[in-house]
Design a binder for this molecule. Structure first.
Ligand code: GDP
Length: 296
């Protein structure tokens, strides 16, 4: 499971803090050095770590903490609060269009879990009595359209496709028209990914964005890729001004760095996480719950 290494290191530091009665400034500094190393080892972006440690330290060496009856607990509470703030403060709900359908565009690198996540989100919406439509705009990856159709059939959600010979911009437009006609209140557009970011892909995504003016542009990133996931997020955000992030594969043995850095680096909220290959393996992202999971 994700965060194992980080959690055990933080717990060790916290155990030492709690074991002490009074805390000296040096005790706090030592603890902060350990927290810093643990975060860096978990592949959290170095600048994010630096800012985080500064925020915690500024609060932790204050009079109030030093003079409290349980200063160790107090420091731990500050770490928890600052971690929640780093992860995004509170749940960030899907932006819903005033006039249906709500248009959600999925973007991300190939293999990140985009198509699977499109199916997961469709199922999630369906469970909430919504009527989603999936639109297959990945015309390059062999079998991507088929994959979406198979997912759609599994969860009984319609999939709109015009095959792989039509321009993705036209497919997206036609998909939305189809959704409107059939009373779908959510249209989820699955776009193409590449193994690496390239300009051609970005231009295609920009063109789709311009053509359909989506309510949400959700970037799907593979949490297992650590620091790279953060670079990808910065790049997509810079080009497309995404509205949110979805982290997949949090069930793997990821060190957790991407989950912790991505909101701080992009300023965009994490909305959902994927925790497995099954279509029901989707969780709403709650910063406080994630912080609890990380701190153990
Ligand atoms: P796409 O190229 O971005 O559309 O990626 P896919 O949806 O085809 O997913 C790539 C692979 O990752 C597939 O084998 C999925 O089963 C797997 N996958 C997707 N999401 C998760 C997840 O949350 N956890 C795990 N363990 N595997 C996932």
């Amino acid at each position: 499971m994700a965060f194992e290494g980080l959690t055990s290191k933080l717990q060790e530091t916290f155990r030492k803090l709690k074991g002490k009665g009074k805390l000296s400034e040096k005790d706090v500094k030592d603890a902060m050095r350990e927290v810093k190393l643990a975060l860096l080892e978990a592949d959290v972006n170095y600048k994010v770590v630096k800012d985080f440690i500064n925020s915690v330290s500024a609060r932790a060496v204050g009079q109030e903490v030093m003079e409290s009856l349980t200063p160790g607990q107090h420091v731990i509470k500050i770490v928890n609060e600052e971690l929640i703030a780093l992860l995004g403060k509170s749940e960030s709900k899907l932006i819903v269009s005033k006039v249906p359908p709500t248009i959600i565009m999925f973007v991300g690198l190939q293999g990140a879990g985009k198509t699977t996540m499109a199916g997961k989100l469709a199922l999630h919406l369906k469970k909430h009595n919504k009527r989603p439509l999936l639109v297959a705009c990945d015309i390059y990856r062999p079998a991507a359209i088929k994959q979406l159709q198979v997912l759609g059939a599994q969860i009984d959600v319609p999939v709109f496709s015009l095959g792989d010979k039509t321009n993705p911009v036209d497919i997206a437009r036609a998909g939305i028209e189809n959704g409107k006609r059939n009373g779908n209140d959510y249209v989820i557009i699955d776009t193409a990914g590449r193994l690496h970011i390239d300009e051609e892909l970005m231009n295609e995504l920009k063109n789709i964005k311009e053509a359909v003016n989506p309510n949400e542009i959700l970037l799907v990133v593979d949490a297992m890729t650590g620091q790279d996931a953060v670079n990808v997020a910065e790049h997509f955000n810079g080009n497309l001004d995404i509205t949110g992030v979805i982290l997949t594969k949090l069930d793997g043995d990821t060190r957790g760095g991407a989950a912790i850095s991505v909101n701080a680096v992009t300023g965009k909220p994490i909305k959902f996480v994927g925790t497995g290959e099954k279509l029901s393996d989707l969780e709403i992202f709650y910063p406080d719950r994630m912080a609890s999971r990380i701190l153990g």
